[in-house]
Design a protein around this ligand. Structure first.
Ligand SMILES: [Zn+2]
Length: 432
């Protein structure tokens, strides 16, 4: 398989409408990116696959969708106001800013000038609620979705019949004013998280940590990420966040090196205890069967929707040769592919376009599908291969006689004939 480079995938994303530079007609805004027509489908499929695996496919997890702007006291309780900072240094000469952690030497990497002392820079985006721009009206765009779950813990317990162990999940945007964003979708200041807070009895936390580590790793391989580009890296004691008892990262080998796709943390009872202290509300849990009250421990698998999407794109990217012609193909899992199939009339005559159009209209009620009658059939296959469409359905001369179409497989390059009224079932069986 051809090694995907960031440059090749970024170019493909732009050329085929997966991801565009943000605000491009104004020259772009650093590390701000917009998903195009195909990218929005791909990313939605990633999020839907996560939601099915983590929420609706289980009987012990429910979802919520909390507000982006929360009471500022939330960030005091969570520790973000005091501690969600990066050390920042300025160059006295060229005025550029750097993360102190990223620097090798003691002088400016851009001009060799003298650097200031490091100072702490809070990564939360600050804003004001209402027309008064004063400290009494300061609010923050959430830097993580997790806190929206903790502050709703009691609401969910009181309104559902869930018993511990159970989880609350959320997918949504978060914002971090990163000093050094970069690597395309990997690190942006505005990004989407897929987070689960799974509440357990203290003492059961270690086994649930193992459970989620295995579940989450399998999710990526089930959706086609190659196992040799995935690893689980446990955090050393020096890397653990102040609230965490244990933590590991699911890492992917990106072209720029191994980097985090998802963090899985044992957050203990830190968050619920802090919110109980700061809000004055009881956030303990009463176990009816054992007749005992406790503050639950939390296992948190926290994944990035954008960096997962990037990993799926990079992993799927391939170049090969078909009948002497070079081909770019995205070998996306059919569940993730923006289009599940494309329908083609072989010829633009003899009633073939009308017949193909009819099949396309019927399929569209079941799957996202594309229709293409422009150019040679080879060119049309290439166009679909490049965006990861797993199946091609071609109407030809024989279709007009016996009602069968060819079903082409993107990866096996095989073609079989299928009765046109069986195409939906055949596709459904192949997509899984
Ligand atoms: Zn400088």
């Amino acid at each position: 398989m051809a090694a995907a480079t960031m440059e090749k995938v970024v170019n493909l994303c732009k050329r085929r409408g997966f991801v565009f530079p943000g605000s491009e007609i104004y020259g772009g805004l650093g590390s701000s990116l917009d998903y195009g027509p195909l990218g929005v489908e791909l990313k939605r499929n990633v999020k839907d696959a996560w939601w099915r695996a983590v929420v609706t496919g289980r009987d012990d997890v429910v979802g919520i969708d909390a507000a982006l702007i929360m009471h500022p006291a939330v960030w005091e309780a969570s520790g973000h106001l005091a501690g969600f900072t990066d050390p920042l240094v300025d160059c006295r000469n060229c005025k550029q800013r750097f993360r102190a952690d990223d620097l090798q030497g003691t002088t400016c990497p851009a001009c060799g000038g003298e650097l200031t002392e490091a100072r702490q820079f809070n990564l939360m985006f600050k804003t004001f609620v209402g027309p008064m721009e004063d400290t009494a009206h300061v609010a923050y765009l959430r830097p993580e979705t997790a806190q929206g779950i903790f502050v709703n813990f009691r609401n969910v317990v009181e309104t559902s019949r869930l018993k511990i162990p159970f989880g609350i999940a959320q997918i949504g945007k978060s914002f971090r004013n990163e000093i050094t964003p970069g690597n395309f979708l990997f690190r942006t200041r505005e990004f989407e998280q897929m987070e689960l807070e799974f509440f357990v009895r203290p003492g059961d936390d270690d086994s649930w940590f193992e459970h989620w580590r295995e579940e989450r790793l399998r999710w990526y391989t089930d959706l086609g990420l190659s196992a040799e580009r995935l690893r689980v890296r446990p955090h050393g004691a020096d890397e653990l966040a102040h609230y965490a008892k244990a933590c590991c990262d699911v890492e992917y080998r990106f072209p720029f090196g191994w980097a985090e796709l998802e963090g899985i943390a044992n957050r203990t009872d830190f968050d619920l205890r802090r919110h109980a202290e700061h809000s004055g509300k009881d956030l303990s849990y009463f176990d009816d069967e054992r007749r005992e009250r406790f503050v639950p421990y939390v296992i948190e698998p926290s994944a990035g929707a954008d960096r997962s999407t990037l990993a799926f794109l990079l992993d799927a990217y391939d170049e090969d040769e078909v009948e002497g012609e070079p081909r770019i193909v995205l070998r996306l899992h059919p569940k993730l592919a923006p289009y599940k199939a494309a329908v083609f009339p072989l010829l633009r005559k003899d009633g073939q376009p009308e017949r193909a159009r009819r099949i396309y209209d019927a399929l569209r009620r079941h799957f996202p599908v594309d229709y293409d009658q422009a150019g040679s059939i080879g060119k049309r296959y290439r166009r679909q291969d490049e965006v990861g469409t797993p199946f091609g359905i071609t109407v030809d001369h024989q279709t007009m006689q016996d009602g069968t179409v060819t079903l082409r497989d993107r990866d096996a390059m095989s073609q079989v004939r299928v009765a046109e009224d069986r195409v939906v079932e055949e596709l459904r069986a192949r997509i899984g």
